[in-house]
Ligand binder design. Structure first.
Ligand SMILES: [Zn+2]
Ligand SMILES: [Zn+2]
Length: 228
């Protein structure tokens, strides 16, 4: 399974002034195998332009969404990709939806500032990915689904970075929470990635990566690609 992180920031970044610099993050989106877009946020077309990858957009065949916050769901992105041939796939908690080579099951997320927040279990027929944003910790119902599988990767919401004592921990994670979850979930997955970093947590990628490193998790950045 090929992962292409085309956005790794939370909603407090200034997307009106985008950059290809690693210390800039646009709103979080991920493209799997060049064809499955997770979260059609408002930065998808801009990313393709800024990184000079026009072929990226035409390759997207399917779109899925975690929740309707405006940093994750943009109607004009869905319309634009629809014109290029992409299908929008609706997911629902605990229902396995099949399309192409994929099976996707949504599970509830701890992110109650929106309606029906979900995390996504994405199986491409070869590997399985847990896409855990937005949210804080994981609800027990999500853990029950995780226990039944082995994952090639987990992607966690790391909005607060190394910040402590911030009451957003009740709907987003900081690095301390991620480190603890990794300890508890290591037996279920091969790799851990952290994305959806708030600008409030600091802009310097290397500083953030250093703060996260003791946990063994990998900090994604805009343009990060990897095979799991
Ligand atoms: Zn978000
Ligand atoms: Zn959100």
């Amino acid at each position: 399974m090929h992962l292409h992180f085309i956005g790794t920031g939370a909603a407090d970044w200034n997307i009106a002034a985008p950059s290809a610099d690693r210390n800039f993050r646009r709103f979080s989106s991920l493209i799997i195998n060049g064809e499955l877009l997770v979260d059609p946020g408002p930065c998808v077309f801009e990313y393709a332009e800024t990184f000079n990858k026009p072929e990226l957009l035409a390759g997207i065949k399917y779109i899925i969404n975690t929740h309707p916050h405006s940093d994750h769901f943009c109607p004009s992105t869905v319309r634009g990709l629809g014109r290029l041939g992409a299908d929008y796939i609706i997911t629902a908690d605990f229902i396995e939806v099949e399309f192409g080579r994929y099976k996707v099951k949504a599970v509830p997320a701890n992110h109650e500032t929106t309606v029906y927040p979900t995390n996504l279990i994405i199986d491409d027929g070869d590997k399985t990915l847990f896409y855990g944003l937005d949210g804080a910790w994981l609800p027990l119902s999500a853990i029950r689904e995780i226990r039944r599988r082995h994952f090639a990767g987990f992607v966690f919401d790391g909005t607060l970075g190394a910040l402590e004592g911030d009451e957003r921990i009740f709907e987003h994670n900081n690095f301390g929470m991620i480190a603890e979850m990794k300890k508890a979930l290591t037996k279920y997955t091969d790799r851990f990635f952290v994305t959806h970093i708030g600008r409030c947590a600091g802009e310097n990628h290397d500083t953030l990566a250093k703060a996260l490193a003791p946990s063994g998790c990998e900090l994604a950045f805009d343009g990060f690609e990897t095979e799991i």
